[in-house]
Design a protein around this ligand. Structure first.
Ligand code: SF4
Ligand code: FES
Length: 256
């Protein structure tokens, strides 16, 4: 079997958020050992050599841990390989003669900045509204001072695997961000350290989420697209915690 394939890359080009976009077609010969982003790097070198504008796309770690990368590949967020971020995808997933259609993540909450890069700052706004734990400064506490039950530690660790890529939003027919938000709420609500701010955090993060994103109607596409396979159970957990947060926060405000 040849270790080089010929593919036709159809890539979305768009000068800015308000510009009309369109597809450009580029035939490529590429080693099956190249990563998908290396294929785009090589295409950009060719464009540079011809004096044309390179394709704008995002990446940083290229190890599946930072959440910076992310494009639609043949209509699927992060492409055809399950549980795999765009930067971890390799050209061996494609066959000789394939057409590869590359678009930016499509969601009203993620406006296109240029070409394949979108503005995912609404996810940052959700985190800013409560995705942290306040701690008094001072000497670092002993690591084992607060016992954490094993089940809680394991579930919190699963939730904390979310890399904030936004593929869940792009895959959802409603552009909902429930899977992301539930992972971020869940990994703190499960731990003892997350309890003091639990109810204010949950309500604030859901309220900000709802200002940017659509509503979850249980399609489950988010889980299918998620490179970290975040469980839909966290959405159920978030929904329960949000109802409890509403009640508890109203009761607390009535006491003031
Ligand atoms: S839940 Fe999954 S798809 Fe959504 S932001 Fe986190 S890692 Fe990405
Ligand atoms: S570039 Fe960091 S997860 Fe893909």
């Amino acid at each position: 079997m040849s270790d080089t394939i010929s593919v036709t890359v159809k890539v979305w080009r768009q000068n800015g958020p308000d510009s009309p976009g369109g597809f450009e077609t580029h035939p490529q010969q590429i080693s099956i050992d190249a990563s998908f982003l290396e294929m785009l790097d090589l295409l950009n070198e060719q464009l540079n050599d011809r004096g044309e504008e390179p394709i704008v796309f995002e990446s940083d770690c290229r190890e599946g841990i930072c959440g910076t990368c992310g494009v639609m590949i043949n209509g699927r967020a992060h492409g055809p390989q399950k549980a795999t971020a765009t930067c971890q995808l390799h050209m061996r997933e494609f066959a000789d003669g394939d057409e590869i259609v590359i678009e930016p993540f499509r969601a009203a909450g993620f406006p296109v900045i240029r070409d394949l890069a979108v503005d995912r700052s609404p996810l940052d706004h959700i985190i800013e509204s409560g995705g942290y734990i306040s701690v008094g400064s001072g000497a670092a506490p002993d690591a084992n001072l607060t016992p954490v039950p094993k089940d809680a530690a394991e579930q919190a660790f699963d939730a904390a695997a979310c890399i904030g890529c936004g593929a869940c939003v792009a895959a959802c027919p409603n552009s909902a961000a429930q899977l992301f938000t539930s992972a971020k709420v869940g990994h703190m609500a499960l731990l003892p350290q997350g309890q003091p701010e639990r109810w204010s955090r949950t309500e604030a993060m859901v309220d900000v989420m709802e200002t940017y994103f659509g509503s979850c109607t249980n399609h489950g596409e988010c889980h299918e697209a998620c490179p970290k396979e975040i469980s839909l159970d966290f959405i159920a957990y978030l929904n329960r915690d949000y109802v409890r947060a509403k009640v508890k926060n109203r009761a607390l405000s009535g006491q003031r």
